[in-house]
Design a protein around this ligand. Structure first.
Ligand SMILES: Nc1ncnc2c1ncn2[C@@H]1O[C@H](COP(=O)(O)OP(=O)(O)OP(=O)(O)O)[C@@H](O)[C@H]1O
Length: 313
C-alpha cells in the first residue's frame, strides 16, 4: 500500500437488487443485480483535494459511503487512514469528517448550541467559537438553525463536519443551490481547510468547482474509475487543439490548430495588425468530461451492468 495514501481502494465491488425486472424471484432478493460499483480502483493522497465526478447513478455515493463505513462492500480491498472501514472503530471515526446534507434534527437550537453539542462527540474538538467564525457564521451565532438560508445552512453543516478536527473530510455536493458569490466564499473556506493539512474528498456535478478546488479529479462511469488526473491535464486537455475565433466583414470565422501562436501571428500579418474580436480557447474541463462520459456510454450500455448473481440487497 502507498505510504502517503489517505485512501486506497482496489477492485471494489457492490451490487444491489435490480429494480429493472419485477419478477417473483427478484422480489425475494434473487435474480438480476445491478453492479453499482464494478471493480473500482482509487488512491487519494494525504493532503490533497480530490474531486469525484460522474453522471447520476455512476456509483459515487455508493463508493463514498463504503469509504465512510456507512455501507458494506461485496468485494475488494479498502483502506481509509490505514483502517478497513467495514470494521470501523470509534477512534477511526473521530479522525474522519463527513459533511452530510442537513438532517433538520436541530432546528430549534442556535448555531452556537448545535456546534457545541457536536463538539461533545469528539476527543479533541476544535474551539466552537473559532470554527463559527471560520465558516463565516459569526453574525448568526445566536440564530436558530431553522432560520438560516440554504448557503448558511451548508456552512453550519461544514462546521459540524470539521468540529472533530478530521484528518480526512468527505463533502457531498457541497455547493448545490448556492449563488455564485456564496460558492466563491465557500471555495475559500474549503481551500483554507486544505491548507491546514486536511485531506478532502468531494463529489460534485459542477465542473468549475472541481477545476477551482481539486488537485486531482477522478471520473466514475458505470461503477469504475475511468480517468484520474489534474483538472488541467484530464483527457489530455492541455495538448488538445485550440480553437481560434475572430470576426471578418463577412461574419465570424474559426479554425482549430495545434499551434495557435503561429496561427494568430500569421493571421495578424495577413490582416495587417489587430485581429477583430480574437479569442483563443482550449477545451474546458466540462468539454473533455462530457466527451469521456459520452464515449463510455457508447462502449458500456447500462444493461451490461446487470449481473445474474443471487444474494441479499
Ligand atoms: N440502496 C440501493 N438499492 C438499490 N439500488 C441502489 C441503492 N443505492 C444506489 N442504488 C443504485 O446504484 C447505482 C449507483 O448509485 P449511486 O447513488 O452510488 O450513484 P451516484 O453516482 O452517487 O449518483 P448521483 O450523482 O445521482 O448522486 C444507481 O443505479 C442507483 O439506482
Amino acid at each position: 500500500m502507498l505510504v502517503d495514501a489517505a485512501i486506497h481502494v482496489q477492485d471494489l465491488r457492490k451490487t444491489y437488487k435490480s429494480t429493472a425486472t419485477a419478477g417473483e424471484s427478484n422480489r425475494r432478493g434473487l435474480g438480476p443485480r445491478l453492479a453499482a460499483v464494478d471493480g473500482l480502483d482509487l488512491t487519494v493522497l494525504t493532503g490533497e483535494i480530490f474531486a469525484l465526478l460522474g453522471p447520476n447513478g455512476a456509483g459515487k455515493t455508493t463508493t463514498v459511503e463504503i469509504l465512510e463505513g456507512f455501507r458494506q462492500r461485496d468485494a475488494g480491498q479498502v483502506s481509509v487512514l490505514g483502517v478497513d472501514p467495514a470494521r470501523p472503530t470509534a477512534a477511526w471515526r473521530a479522525r474522519i469528517g463527513v459533511v452530510l446534507q442537513s438532517t433538520g434534527e436541530f432546528e430549534e437550537l442556535t448555531v452556537e448550541e448545535v456546534v457545541r453539542h457536536f463538539s461533545g462527540y469528539y476527543p479533541n474538538p476544535d474551539d466552537p467559537n473559532k470554527l463559527i467564525e471560520l465558516v463565516g457564521l459569526a453574525d448568526k451565532r445566536r440564530a436558530r438553525a431553522r432560520t438560516l438560508s440554504g448557503g448558511q445552512r451548508r456552512r453550519l453543516d461544514v462546521a459540524l463536519g470539521v468540529i472533530g478536527r478530521p484528518e480526512l473530510l468527505f463533502l457531498d455536493e457541497p455547493t448545490t443551490g448556492f449563488d455564485p458569490q456564496a460558492r466563491q466564499e465557500f471555495w475559500g473556506l474549503i481551500r483554507g481547510l486544505a491548507e491546514t493539512g486536511t485531506t478532502i474528498v468531494l463529489t460534485t456535478h459542477y465542473l468549475e468547482e472541481a477545476e477551482a478546488l481539486a488537485d486531482r479529479v477522478g471520473v466514475i462511469s458505470a461503477g469504475r474509475l475511468v480517468a484520474v488526473d489534474t483538472p488541467a491535464a484530464l483527457g489530455d486537455r492541455a495538448n488538445r487543439p485550440a480553437t481560434v475565433r475572430w470576426s471578418t466583414p463577412d461574419g465570424p470565422r474559426s479554425a482549430e490548430t495545434a499551434e495557435p501562436t503561429a496561427f494568430v501571428t500569421a493571421l495578424a500579418a495577413e490582416l495587417g495588425g489587430e485581429i477583430p474580436r480574437l479569442t483563443v480557447t482550449r477545451p474546458t474541463l466540462e468539454d473533455v468530461y462530457l466527451e469521456m462520459i459520452f464515449e463510455r456510454r457508447l462502449e458500456a450500455p447500462f444493461a451490461e451492468r446487470l449481473s445474474d448473481q443471487e444474494g441479499q440487497a
